[in-house]
Design a protein around this ligand. Structure first.
Ligand SMILES: C[S@@+](CC[C@H](N)C(=O)[O-])C[C@H]1O[C@@H](n2cnc3c(N)ncnc32)[C@H](O)[C@@H]1O
Length: 231
C-alpha cells in the first residue's frame, strides 16, 4: 500500500496501521472521489491491506469542497472541442468547464498537433474532469445523439440563433470549433442547433476559449435559475 500525504495540506503523520484516522481527515483511494465515504472514514486503512492502493490524506474542509463540487456537477452538460490546434486553449477551456461543473470534455486534436495539458493554465482543473479523446467525430456525435444530448454547434453564421435563446437546461453537448477554420460544414449540418455570440465590433470572432467561457456561463446562469446547482 502506497501512502502519500499532501505537503500543502499539512495532514500530520499517518497513524499506525490498525488505528483510526483522525476524523478531520478523509482518505481518497486513487483519484476516485466516489471512494470518499463515511464508511471508509470510519474504517481506516487497517481494513484495507495489500493491493495497489494509494491513500491521500485530506483535511475535512478539502473533503467538503470536493463533495460540494461533486454535488454541483452537471451530468447532462458536456463539451466537445473539434480539431483543437492550440493546446493552451484546450487547457483554458478545461479550467472554465470544471468551474461550471461540466464533468466530461471530449476533444479531437488537429492533425499533427500533440495533446498537451498545461497545468499552469488549468491550475489542476484537468484532474477533476473526464477527458476523452475522440477519434471518430462522426460516430461520436451519433452516439451522443443516441444518448439524448442536443448537439449544439457554435458558429459565426447569419442563420445561427442568439446563444441566450437556446435552453441550456436541456441535455446538451456544446461543440466548439477549430481556432482558424471553425467547425466543418458537416458538423453544423449534423447539429440540432447552431448558436452565435453577437459580435458588434470589427473582429470577426472571439478566441475559442473566451467563446466557450461566455457560453458555459450562460448555461450556468440558466441552470442556476432552474435550481440545477444545489450549492
Ligand atoms: C476563432 S473561432 C473560428 C473562426 C473561424 N474563422 C470561423 O469562421 O468559424 C474558433 C471557435 O470559437 C467559437 N466562436 C468564436 N467566436 C464565436 C461567436 N461569436 N459565436 C459563436 N462561436 C464563436 C466557435 O466555436 C469557433 O469555431
Amino acid at each position: 500500500m502506497k501512502v502519500s500525504g499532501r505537503r500543502d495540506l499539512n495532514p500530520g503523520p499517518l497513524p499506525p496501521q490498525g488505528s483510526a484516522l483522525p476524523l478531520r481527515y478523509a482518505p481518497i483511494y486513487g483519484n476516485e472521489i466516489k471512494l470518499v465515504s463515511d464508511k471508509i472514514l470510519k474504517e481506516p486503512p487497517a481494513s484495507i491491506q495489500g493491493g495497489n492502493i494509494e491513500i491521500k490524506i485530506l483535511r475535512m474542509s478539502r473533503r467538503e469542497k470536493i463533495e460540494r463540487a461533486m454535488r454541483n456537477r452537471q451530468k447532462d452538460l458536456a463539451l466537445y472541442l473539434y480539431k483543437v490546434s492550440n493546446p493552451h486553449n484546450l487547457s483554458a477551456i478545461i479550467r472554465t468547464a470544471e468551474a461550471v461543473g461540466v464533468p466530461s470534455i471530449y476533444f479531437t486534436m488537429e492533425e499533427d498537433v500533440p495533446f498537451e495539458i498545461s497545468s499552469g493554465v488549468t491550475m489542476g482543473a484537468h484532474k477533476w474532469v473526464n477527458l476523452h479523446e475522440v477519434e471518430e467525430p462522426d460516430s461520436f456525435l451519433e452516439e451522443m445523439k443516441r444518448k439524448g444530448f442536443n448537439l449544439v454547434a457554435t458558429a459565426l453564421r447569419g442563420d445561427a440563433i442568439h446563444f441566450r435563446n437556446y435552453d441550456f437546461t436541456q441535455k446538451t453537448l456544446i461543440i466548439m470549433g477549430n481556432e482558424s477554420r471553425g467547425l466543418d460544414e458537416w458538423v453544423i449540418e449534423k447539429a440540432d442547433y447552431t448558436i452565435i455570440i453577437p459580435m458588434y465590433g470589427m473582429v470577426q470572432s472571439l478566441n475559442v476559449s473566451v467563446a466557450a467561457a461566455v457560453i458555459l456561463y450562460e448555461a450556468l446562469r440558466q441552470r442556476e435559475e432552474k435550481g440545477k446547482y444545489p450549492g
